[in-house]
Design a protein around this ligand. Sequence first.
Ligand code: SF4
Ligand code: SF4
Length: 144
Amino acid sequence: MQRVSKKTALPWYHEGLRFECTGCGYCCSGQPGYVYVNQEEIKALAEFFRLSPAEFEERFVRTIGKAKSLIEQPNGDCVFLHPLTRKCLVYELRPRQCRSFPFWSSILKTKRTWEEICRTCPGCGQGPLHSLEEIDRRKQMIDI
Ligand code: SF4
Ligand code: SF4
């Protein structure tokens, strides 16, 4: 009988990936998209702005099916991207989606999807090497 190896296949990025954000703001701007937020994140951001969660949602959140996303400025920038400095106004409280980038399931799917993001994000493929454990830790923060 053909034996089946029990050894777990390692992902293609098992030797780690390089990433260091340059702060260019590209991924927070431009084409319309979603920045998903959960209730915990909404609560923390609301406290930061001294608003109730309901007030915060009314001003900064939209519903996408069963999910919630931060709204955008008319030019497509995230509502919390400063128009001049291009820095995140809520960096310390940025949602999991922003914290885990670029180690998302959709980006890590294949070497090609990683290389595609490396063409638009100047921090991908550069800077310190992140271990498989660190990549998986961030990947598990949100399923996108
Ligand atoms: S595109 Fe990349 S380098 Fe630029 S802000 Fe986003 S994560 Fe950082
Ligand atoms: S919350 Fe901050 S880091 Fe996240 S998309 Fe908006 S500006 Fe960028």
